[in-house]
Design a protein around this ligand. Structure first.
Ligand code: COA
Length: 333
């Protein structure tokens, strides 16, 4: 498809990295009262990777980025912009700068973007705008999370879901436009359904001057609300993105959803009349890796030879905020 307006965009490389340590459902049942049968039946998850104490988000993200740059055949010094989508940075002031340094991407400006499990899709849209306007030619987008840092490991309703990982893609200016359409949404009225919230303790500095110092609290979630939200809103937002891309569901080669729950993947695919063989799923092995889940699944599918140059992908993320969004793009230059 020829570019519609502005400069064309292509997604030309992918990479991923997960910690070596895995915790399967049997192992989890030693921590909380649960079972492999229950978790597999309700979520499709069998195992997840967990970052050990010494591993940083920057470690995972840098490795995934190096793979993506190598596939795209560009050098770190070619990168104009680095966006790190994460909700679990090594540093609340931002971790993208550390990645820029570790990669040696001396020319790049780098910043973090927080949109929870929608972070990668929001990042794709953000990155695309800089290319569309002609400001930048080469953008590195990373989705990475170590939510094991923030999970309540005694809450069986949430700790069974999450895993750690990182994925990255390179977006480049291109004569042929491969970035066909998108739609991103937020609904703060449902914010309390999924949180990793800061809790402050009042501390009086001097008479009449109170500040709030505290820490972030472990993840809380209303699972049923999130489930209902996802199966209703995700098909709608994909349909909107397909409308903007001027394509129908039959033209989608791969449905690439945020890897939260196999039942959500199945329900969304069914609603869009997309057959199961077109649905990319690797959550059995990794669980929900938040901002990393889409690029991690994409990278695996590309390296397995499933996703081929020119294939049309409908990618959709959803999660805390609440936030959700979809992008329709064709893989490769
Ligand atoms: N093992 C065994 N039993 C469990 C359990 C576990 N890990 N977690 C909850 N249960 C129990 C509950 O206590 C409840 O028992 P009760 O009926 O005696 O009270 C029962 O199972 C049903 O709980 P419920 O919360 O209604 O289960 P569910 O079918 O909604 O499944 C989720 C729970 C979390 C798997 C499901 O709601 C879900 O996946 N939601 C979406 C979450 C998500 O994707 N979040 C991230 C979005 S980015």
């Amino acid at each position: 498809m020829l570019q519609q307006s502005g400069f064309g965009i292509a997604v030309t490389g992918s990479g991923s990295c997960t910690p070596q340590v895995s915790l399967d459902n049997h192992g989890l049942s030693q921590i909380v009262e649960t079972s492999d049968e229950w978790i597999a039946a309700r979520t499709g998850i069998r195992s997840r990777r967990l970052a050990n104490h010494g591993m940083s988000l920057c470690d995972l993200a840098t490795f995934a980025s190096q793979q993506a740059l190598s596939m795209a055949q560009i050098l770190p010094t070619d990168i104009d912009l680095i966006i790190l989508a994460t909700s679990s940075p090594d540093d609340l002031f931002g971790t993208a700068g550390q990645i820029q340094y570790r990669l040696g991407a001396t020319k790049a400006v780098a910043f973090d973007l927080t949109a929870a499990c929608s972070g990668f899709v929001f990042g794709l849209v953000t990155a695309s705008q800089f290319i569309r306007t002609g400001v930048y030619q080469n953008v590195l987008l990373i989705g990475a999370d170590i939510l094991s840092r923030w999970v309540n490991w005694s809450d069986r309703g949430t700790c069974i879901l999450f895993g750690d990982g990182a994925g990255a893609v390179v977006l480049q200016a291109s004569e042929i436009d491969r970035f066909l359409g998108f739609e991103i949404r937020s609904d703060g009225t449902q914010n309390s359904s999924l949180n990793l919230a800061y809790k402050a303790q009042s501390q009086e500095l001097i008479d009449g001057v109170n500040i709030g110092q505290g820490t972030f609290q472990p993840i809380t979630m209303n699972g049923q609300e999130i489930y209902r939200f996802a199966v209703k809103k995700v098909p709608e937002v994909i349909e909107k993105a397909m409308f903007r891309a001027n394509i129908s569901a039959t033209e989608i080669d791969w449905l690439l959803l945020h890897q939260a729950n196999q039942r959500i993947l199945d329900a969304v695919a069914q609603r869009l009349h997309i057959p199961p063989e077109k649905v990319i799923s690797n959550l059995a092995n990794y669980g929900n890796t938040s901002a990393a889940s889409i690029p991690l699944a994409l990278d695996e599918a590309v390296r397995q030879g499933k996703v081929k140059a020119g294939d049309t992908i409908a990618a959709a993320g959803f999660g805390a905020g609440l936030s959700w969004g979809a992008v329709i793009f064709q893989w490769g230059s």
